[in-house]
Design a binder for this molecule. Structure first.
Ligand code: HEC
Ligand code: HEC
Length: 235
């Protein structure tokens, strides 16, 4: 394994060594839920103890399909010195210390947690400027165009550009369709933007039959931003 020796990563690996031992203790636990909760302490700093991450770069795991969580945890592992199917230094290091059983328990645990929508304070400010005051019923043109673009792609896709409707696979409300199509509803838009761009550039290449790469290739930056905003708002 080869990792860039940044101080952040060194510090992180020291933490991993400690947590690895606490996880071994957990493996002996008969109660899966309890074991899952203890194991999740490993993940809490970044994803929240119940999988409701508050940092936009770290995905919300709460309520994600267990099959998705398990697949992604497996894909982050490097095998035989080859790059991981999903290449990410932090999660690669994380996943390397987990046993098959840890991955299974953690996937069940996080899938059972309830996704908590961000509080009103944390949501983006309404798209109005002082000049709009009193005319709030007239949506600013930029907003409506963006939202409309995203909604059309989400619900209907774009036949001419051969983009299938996102909802067809992720579900109308973005809750995901078991067992293969992940939940995207309520996800941090920053994370979704990053993933869609990673599929587009091929940096993320662990989607079976290039499903998401083929779609993301056709999306502009603006469309990616608008779609990510839309899914962040789905409940
Ligand atoms: C130091 C921060 C950090 C820690 C600790 C961490 N993660 Fe992550 N995790 C991330 C980041 C960042 C990503 C996004 C990676 C990417 O962009 O590909 C991620 C992605 C994931 C994903 C993919 C989610 C998806 O929707 O595809 C899963 C599953 C996951 N983490 C599970 C875990 C579990 C389980 C643990 C604890 C054993 C853990 N993570 C610990 C930062 C962290
Ligand atoms: C044909 C089915 C299908 C369609 C249509 C589809 N997706 Fe996906 N999507 C998937 C699958 C399957 C994955 C998981 C791939 C993987 O394992 O990396 C995925 C992954 C994603 C992810 C990453 C989720 C995560 O947690 O990391 C995002 C974001 C996403 N899709 C958004 C969209 C958007 C936006 C559209 C419409 C423009 C769309 N998808 C259309 C099947 C589909």
């Amino acid at each position: 394994m080869k990792f860039p020796a940044t101080p952040r990563l060194a510090e992180f690996c020291a933490g991993l060594a400690f947590l690895f031992f606490s996880l071994s203790a957990v493996a002996a636990e008969p109660d899966a839920e309890n074991a899952g909760q203890k194991a999740a302490m490993l993940c809490a700093a970044c994803h929240g103890v119940d999988g409701n991450s508050t940092l936009p770069a770290n995905p919300v795991l709460a309520g994600q399909l267990p099959e998705t969580l398990l697949k992604e945890l497996n894909d982050f592992r490097r095998a035989d010195g080859k790059p991981a199917a999903r290449n990410n230094d932090v999660m690669g290091a994380m996943s390397a210390v987990l046993s098959d059983e840890d991955r299974r328990i953690l996937s069940i645990y996080f899938s059972r947690q309830k996704p908590v929508p961000p509080t009103l304070d944390a949501s983006p400010a309404p798209n109005t400027s002082p000049e709009d005051a009193g005319t709030a019923h007239v949506a600013p043109p930029e907003f409506s165009e963006r939202a409309k673009t995203a909604q059309v792609l989400w619900r209907r896709g774009d036949f001419d550009r051969r983009i299938p409707a996102c909802a067809g696979c992720h579900g109308t409300t973005g809750k995901g369709l078991p067992s293969q199509n992940p939940r995207v509803a309520g996800q941090h838009s920053e994370y979704s933007v990053a993933q869609l761009k990673n599929y587009r550039s091929g940096k993320r290449a662990n989607d079976r039959e290039k499903i998401m790469r083929t779609i993301a290739e056709k999306l502009s930056d603006k469309e990616i931003d608008a779609l990510s905003e839309l899914v962040a708002g789905l409940r």
